[in-house]
Design a binder for this molecule. Structure first.
Ligand code: MN
Length: 298
């Protein structure tokens, strides 16, 4: 068998579809977001990811009163915030706090429950500027939903950044592996999360674990996956589970987020900031929050 025949036998992922964002809504007074899922009814196709909110890019005028979203709870999953522009400050009832700026990622494990706030960072807000970020929710398997809360600040400098040959672009590995480079995020189930920049007319071939759900979000530019139609700004290309080979081609200079992972096929029960497996667990979450069992901000 020659080399090209070997490559042809590696199973290429088919495309489920290209999805549009919802209209912009404000989360608190600081995060103008467009939702890609769950609004597109993609639970099964994007699992273990539960939610993708695309914030901005939007300019905020200078203020001495930082905007954001005040104290609120989460239980049953992880929130992952990726900042492209601007600065976001977080603090939570587990005692964790941090500021993330361009290139940084905050990976917060809510698990059994935290109360937190997500605000524009004070000094950044004073000067004003453009906010551009993504918040992803990553599900936890049933056995881990009531684990201890956790918190990972992943700074730009901690994220391997791989220059692709021939001026193709750059891959930043937030989670999982790309070639021999391993991302810093600790995850409960296997996840690959890449911040990908591709130059117009260039392509990159990814070999993902067989059976991992895979989707590609276009922040800027135009791109296609495995010969799909091109997707533009704020659109999401979703692949089928089957197969492992993903070729991403940029039709313009593009910034993309590649999200892949082993599906978690447990039942999903959602109520606002809580994502559990059953309705009874949601009622318990609301009761526990109201009883102060998820703590308070000091
Ligand atoms: Mn939150």
């Amino acid at each position: 068998m020659n080399l090209s025949a070997t490559i042809a036998t590696a199973a290429t992922k088919d495309i489920v579809g290209i999805y549009q964002p919802g209209s912009t809504h404000m989360v608190g007074d600081g995060f103008p977001v467009r939702n890609l899922f769950p609004s597109n009814d993609l639970d099964r196709e994007v699992s273990p990811f539960l939610m993708l909110d695309y914030a901005g890019p939007q300019y905020f005028t200078p203020t001495d009163h930082p905007r954001g979203v005040g104290e609120h709870p989460h239980r049953g999953f992880e929130t992952v915030t990726i900042v492209y522009e601007g600065k976001v400050a977080h603090r939570d009832s587990a005692g964790n706090a941090g500021v993330i700026g361009p290139g940084d990622v905050q990976w917060m494990t809510a698990a059994s429950g935290v109360v937190h706030e997500e605000m524009h960072e004070k000094n950044w807000a004073k000067k004003g500027g453009t906010l551009h970020a993504i918040q992803l929710w990553v599900n936890l398997p049933r056995a881990s939903k009531m684990s201890e809360p956790g918190y990972q600040t992943i700074l730009d400098a901690d994220i391997p950044s791989i220059e692709l040959p021939e001026g193709t672009g750059r891959v930043r590995v937030i989670a999982g592996s790309f070639l021999r480079h391993k991302g810093p995020a600790h995850t409960f189930t296997p996840v690959e999360l890449y911040d990908l920049q591709l130059k117009a007319g260039k392509r990159v071939a990814l070999s993902l674990p067989e059976g991992h759900n895979t989707s590609v979000f276009v922040l800027q530019g135009r791109a296609s996956v495995n010969g799909s139609q091109a997707a533009g700004e704020a659109e999401l290309i979703v692949c089928k589970r089957e197969g492992s080979q993903v070729v991403i081609e940029a039709h313009e200079d593009s910034r993309l987020l590649v999200m892949a992972g082993e599906p978690i096929d447990d039942p999903i029960a959602r109520y606002g900031p809580f994502v559990m497996n059953t309705k009874a667990e949601l009622i318990q979450a609301v009761n526990d929050y109201q009883a102060g069992k998820m703590g308070h901000l000091s």
